[in-house]
Design a protein around this ligand. Structure first.
Ligand code: NAD
Length: 287
């Protein structure tokens, strides 16, 4: 068997075109573009690439983006002041603070300070709570991107056993939450760094989602034959970007697999655009 490729780049492109149409409608109706303010502290090279990609995606979809670039020596209180200023700015709809932050700044303090109605990464406790209760305002970008890929690929989730590797607040936990919601109806198992006999669990997954940040960790003998494999990982190995899944061996056993790059990454950005549009709509409707 050779797995079918779930082409995130292509799915994201289609979705971004839909967002561009909705953004143009929003502008016609309200006389302004949905506006994302991004904050980048320091000069982490990967973060610079991510932020640049997000800005470009905004521009292509007809959204406004503003980048607030701060030196790595910025104090926590100065960063908080910027967040508060953006919270109060009526022409800013979404705020994202690119992680990681320099060590002397507590990311929880900053993320908690972003107004829940402008929290396009869906990291604020209010938005996390709403997601768990099945009444989300914003969906967390990476897990929502995975759900969209599965939907567009025609994967029927009810009754599937989904195994998620990783329990981070950004990917693993919200991924599990989305999959278990009524409507998605998967049966979910979450594995993490303290899981014993992990291969015996991952082999039970009809759907296997790898989000642990270890290059090519998932080998063919950890995958159920015919499984759908979603690789969230982005790891730099020399000059190459590789996922958390050993693509060349797993592709021989899975029914479908996402590539890295060109899989989950583009979907994450598309979902950020969607959330910015949602934030803009929430702002005008709450006026
Ligand atoms: P993280 O480091 O915050 O969390 C990693 C998780 O993996 C932890 O919960 C840990 O318990 C688990 N883990 C670590 N070692 C393990 C092991 N040996 N066995 C089982 N579980 C183990 O990482 P994150 O932010 O969730 O990111 C995970 C990966 O996804 C990274 O490669 C990251 O670059 C990538 N990522 C990609 C996107 C995207 O848009 N494609 C977005 C976010 C993160």
């Amino acid at each position: 068997m050779t797995a079918g490729i779930i082409d995130g780049k292509q799915i994201a492109e289609g979705f971004r075109q839909e967002i561009a149409v909705a953004a143009a409608d929003f502008q016609k109706l309200h006389g302004l573009k949905p506006h994302l303010a991004a904050i980048l502290v320091g000069d982490d090279p990967a973060s610079q690439v991510y932020v640049r990609n997000k800005e470009r995606a905004c521009e292509k979809a007809g959204l406004k983006s503003t980048l607030h670039r701060l030196p790595s020596t910025t104090s926590e209180s100065d960063l908080l002041h910027l967040v508060q200023r953006l919270n109060a700015a009526t022409d800013v709809h979404g705020i994202l603070c690119q992680l990681p932050l320099p060590r002397h700044i507590n990311p929880v303090t900053i993320l908690d300070a972003i107004h829940p109605l402008k929290d396009v990464d869906a990291f604020h406790p209010e938005n996390v709570g709403r997601l768990l209760q099945g009444r989300p305002r914003f969906l967390p970008c990476t897990p929502a991107g995975v759900m969209k890929m599965l939907e567009v690929s025609g994967v029927s989730l009810p009754g599937l056993h989904a195994v998620v590797i990783g329990r981070s607040d950004i990917v693993g936990k919200p991924m599990a939450a989305l999959l278990m919601q009524r409507g998605a109806d998967a049966t979910v198992t979450v594995c993490h760094s303290r899981t014993q006999e992990i291969a015996s669990i991952t082999r039970q997954g009809d759907l296997l989602i790898a989000a642990l940040g270890i290059a090519e960790f998932v080998k063919a003998d950890m995958v159920k034959p015919g499984a759908i494999v979603i690789d969230v990982g982005i790891n730099r190995v020399g000059e190459r970007l590789v996922g958390d899944v050993d693509f060349s061996s797993v592709t021989q056993i899975a029914a479908a697999i996402t590539p890295v790059p060109g899989g989950v990454g583009p979907m994450t950005i598309a979902m950020l655009l969607k959330n910015t549009l949602t934030a803009a709509e929430l702002t005008v409707s709450s006026r």
